[in-house]
Ligand binder design. Sequence first.
Ligand code: 13P
Ligand code: SF4
Length: 301
Amino acid sequence: MEIIEEIRALKQRRNALILAHYYVDGQIQAVADYVGDSYFLSKKAAETDCDLIVFCGVRFMAESAKLLNPGKTVLLPDASADCPMAHMAGVREIEEMREIHPDLAVVCYINSTAEIKAHSDVCVTSSNAVKVVSALPNSTIYFIPDGNLARHVAEKVPEKRFLYGHGHCPVHQAVTAGDVRAAKVRHPQAQVLVHPECPKEVVDLSDYAGSTAGIIEYAGKSQAEEFIIGTEIGVMYELERRNPGKRFYPVKDGMICPDMKLNSLQNLLAALKDGKNAVNLSKEQMENALPPLKRMHEIAQ
Ligand code: 13P
Ligand code: SF4
């Protein structure tokens, strides 16, 4: 039996839901039940009545699915698929900030560990951060871990005071204004669409900055026929699938998240077969990291 057919058959037998982020390989996206950005996938995880969730993404995504489904098994095809930015915030800094600024809302990007979520007031993703932060009663926001996303949101919510985390995504941080200018020389008619995890000078040169789903939606609606894409290369699969007449160029070579690329058809099949790599969180983390995640869903709804 072909591997794809085997995955489909096992998925049915196990009553499993396969979720895949836009950054995983196209062949995994093709076999998944849902493909999306981190907010959409987290919603799908919250809604499911399947017995098993296999999350083709990175650990913080699978952890969020587990928090929203404490009674279900959530598997990561490769247990080592992690997001380095998720670890770029600390509990001690949060506690220190809370002492200095009593009216503080600690806003944590979903790209964070369950421990960081547990010490935060609310989670956000790049697609709902402006809405969620705007809705908070607090006037001072400590936005962690991503300093680039924090600055992007701060510009859109000028009425609040922001304190920025110092984390970054190694993939998006590596894009420079020079890369964007060089890509524009190569493709002068193209619009520039970037993820807000890119540095400010890159976002400032773009025509649109938004989540992976936002980029895909923008490209579909735009009258333009060519686009320079400033995010992980995996989004090309959906961009090209939805827009066969349009052309998409990566802003630079090497826009690859090595952790997302740890997901493969082989380890997806193995996860369905043997149920290994279940995501487990401590009782304390389960209890304390869920409310900020739930609050995000309530506000972003
Ligand atoms: P999205 O929320 O846009 O899917 O982004 C997740 C991510 O990890 C970006 O690097
Ligand atoms: Fe984390 Fe960056 Fe990979 Fe997204 S692309 S999962 S932020 S390392």
